[in-house]
Design a protein around this ligand. Structure first.
Ligand SMILES: Cc1ncc(C[n+]2csc(CCOP(=O)(O)OP(=O)(O)O)c2C)c(N)n1
Ligand SMILES: CC(=O)[C@@H](O)[C@H](O)COP(=O)(O)O
Ligand SMILES: [Mg+2]
Length: 643
């Protein structure tokens, strides 16, 4: 006897076309089954759960009403798109989410035609959607374009730049504002209060009222006739003014878990003749329909694998505190001594450890929302008035604020301290979140100091150094995850600017490491000893200013010099090469063999960082192989390793 399936309707849906063949009366059950499947899948993969659970009904409704993939649905950030993936021909791979070779945790063009735009970073959907809507008009295609953006993502400047443009364009773009009153943490800023006011009173628009809201945008003569009815007039002025002032029709707020509201309203919006951009304000609950998620403070934004019945998450065994935690604790200690220290996060208080800082110093902690550009210039303003701002931003998200780093901070030599977390590879989030470029993009700026912690004790020294340094901007980078378990210094030192350190002296090969590959470099040196190769290992500490004396000495006194880093081409290795060129140490008079080991020049997909580093040869084995290859070692053991 076969066991009855928990998801009979979902089992018959391969693609949205199958969904669209069902009667509307079945959709509530489809949604229920989709929720069950999402919870079950994430329980074995881990990942972003709460956001997806909040958009289950919306996902079903959108694929039912719109003709995907010809109509385009763009999920902002993409972390809420797991249910969308299940409905769009990827259910068979949903338990590979975020694993090597598996489905991405975000939307990804290469993965499916149902993902018309890739994401990972927030607040891009309205711009991309507007581009698609304009393209449809230019190509005279009847494509509907729907951008689904969260209330958190709506705090970023890009969303406003896009609405400013859209409101003036009369393009047929549909924006769904998915308002769950949550970012990763509770949302920060005035917009969130504004949205709360729109939703206040706890009443949602009925379908008739929403239709009337849309009716306001009907041709004038129809509208004038309609507005004479008293009922119409009663609801006329409710809500939506900010969006409407920008020229975007506002509909809502509506209950995003009620298919009886969602379906007719979405159909209405889809079929409205002659309209411009419309924003449908949908109110949802993050984590909806799963008790442990609804009860959790963060609504289960991101989870480890867990037990479905109890919601208990598997806690990976911790061998050492995370770099993030070490940074946060070190900053708290510094701030106890120095009341000029303030800390800034762009909507990532827990991710950056600033939740710890906030507990100690609530008045000196600023969560500015998803607004990295503003965060940096806001920090510049604080620095210009004598404060010591620590801007804690992931390497990948700091990319968005590059002009602010250059124009508002570096050119003015303002002492903003950048705590660049998630430097290097990050794992399950993949290419959109990898911190591969910060050494390159920060290290080329005049006057910028760039440090990289080789272990967590070094990180504590670097935090202290950043507090003490006030000549201009200074950045220190450190990776995601646990440290190496080294003892932390009681009394951190101010590091000498632009000076590295030698950890092991040898005479044939020199490995110059920047960042946490140092442990692998030291292991490699041990292994090389077994080949009779004497190896020096140095930690550069600074990518800028570079320790040119150290680099020159290593180049003069060794046959091989290898740089190693957790970053892209164009970073530390390039700075070392440039310095050696300028010193005339690469002009052929010396037989120096210089090699630089960097991440490959491709966007690496999600996988375990250690596996990716090994595949990129940035582990001890890879370093040894590089040395043997450079020395032209032909013995069998060397050949096996190089191969
Ligand atoms: C530019 C950028 N900064 C920060 C993040 C990290 N981040 C991912 S999701 C998220 C919260 C998004 O909130 P919201 O848009 O309301 O979506 P919800 O999770 O509530 O559905 C943040 C801050 C990001 N992805 N991109
Ligand atoms: C979706 C998003 O951008 C964040 O939730 C990100 O996944 C957080 O990454 P960490 O787990 O490294 O904090
Ligand atoms: Mg939200």
């Amino acid at each position: 006897m076969t066991t009855p399936t928990k998801t009979p309707l979902l089992d018959a849906i391969q693609s949205p076309a199958d969904l669209r063949r069902l009667p509307e009366s079945d959709l509530a059950q489809v949604a229920q089954e989709l929720r069950t499947e999402t919870i079950d899948a994430v329980s074995v993969t881990g990942g972003h759960l709460g956001a997806g659970l909040g958009v289950i009904e919306l996902t079903v409704a959108l694929h039912y009403v719109f003709n995907t993939p010809d109509d385009r649905i763009i999920w902002d950030v993409g972390h809420q798109a797991y249910p969308h993936k299940i409905l769009t021909e990827r259910r068979d791979r949903i338990r590979t989410l975020r694993k090597g070779e598996g489905l991405s945790g975000f939307t990804k063009r290469a993965e499916s035609p149902y993902d018309p735009f890739g994401a990972g970073h927030s607040s891009t959907s309205i711009s991309a959607g507007l581009g698609m809507a304009v393209a449809a008009t230019l190509a005279d295609k009847p494509t509907n374009v729907v951008a689904v953006i969260g209330d958190g993502a709506m705090s970023a400047g890009m969303a406003y730049e896009a609405m400013n443009n859209a409101g003036a364009m009369h393009s047929r773009l549909i924006i769904i504002l998915n308002d769950n009153e949550m970012s990763i943490a509770p949302p920060a800023g005035a917009l969130s209060s504004y949205l709360a006011r729109l939703v206040s009173g706890g009443t949602y628009r009925t379908v008739r009222e929403a239709a009337k809201q849309l009716g306001r945008h009907l041709p004038k003569f129809i509208y004038d006739r309609a507005r004479k009815t008293e009922e119409f007039a009663r609801n006329f002025w409710a809500g939506g003014t900010m969006f409407e002032e920008l020229g975007i029709y506002y509909v809502g707020p509506i209950d995003g878990h009620n298919l009886d509201q969602l379906l007719p309203i979405l159909k209405n919006v889809r079929d409205m003749e002659g309209r411009g951009p419309v924003l449908v304000h949908v109110v949802t609950q993050k984590g909806k329909g799963y008790g442990p998620a609804e009860a959790a403070k963060d609504k289960h934004h991101a989870v480890n694998t867990f037990d479905v019945l109890t919601g208990t998450q598997v806690k990976p065994k911790a061998n050492a505190p995370t770099y993030t935690r070490v940074f946060a604790d070190a900053l708290v200690k510094e701030a106890q001594q120095d009341d000029k220290i303030v800390a800034i996060t762009a909507a990532m208080p827990s991710g950056t450890g600033l939740d710890v800082f906030e507990k100690a110093f609530p008045d000196r902690t600023f969560d500015v929302g998803i607004a990295e550009q503003h965060a940096v210039t806001f920090a510049a303003g604080l620095a210009s008035e004598g404060f010591k701002p620590f801007c804690a931003i992931y390497s990948t998200f700091l990319q968005r604020a590059y002009d602010q780093v250059v124009h508002d901070v570096a050119i003015q030599k303002l002492p903003v301290r950048f705590a660049v977390d998630r430097a290097g590879l990050v794992g399950a989030d993949g290419a959109t979140h990898a911190g591969s470029f910060d050494v390159s993009y920060l290290g080329i700026l005049p006057g910028m100091v760039v440090m990289a912690a080789a272990d967590e004790a070094e990180l504590v020294h670097m935090v202290h150094t950043a507090v003490a340094y006030s000549e201009g901007p200074i950045a220190f980078r450190f990776p995601r995850g646990e440290g190496v378990g080294i003892e932390l210094p009681e009394h951190p030192e101010v590091l000498t600017l632009g000076k590295g350190r030698i950890l092991r002296e040898g005479n044939k090969v020199a490995i110059l490491s920047l960042g946490t590959r140092l442990a692998e470099a030291l292991k490699a040196a041990e292994d090389l000893a077994a080949y009779g190769i004497s190896t020096t290992v140095a930690d550069a500490r600074f990518a800028k200013p570079l320790d040119v004396d150290l680099v020159s000495r290593l180049a003069r006194n060794h046959e091989v010099l290898i740089t190693v880093e957790e970053g892209s081409v164009g970073g530390f290795g390039s700075f070392v090469t440039q310095a050696l060129l300028e010193k005339g140490l690469l002009d052929g008079r010396r037989p120096l063999k210089l090699r630089s080991m960097v991440l490959p020049d491709i966007f690496l997909d999600h996988d375990k960082p250690e596996k990716l580093y090994a595949e990129s040869h940035l582990d001890a084995k890879g370093i040894v192989a590089k040395v043997l290859e450079t020395l032209g070692r032909e013995d069998e053991a060397a050949r096996a390793l190089i191969a």
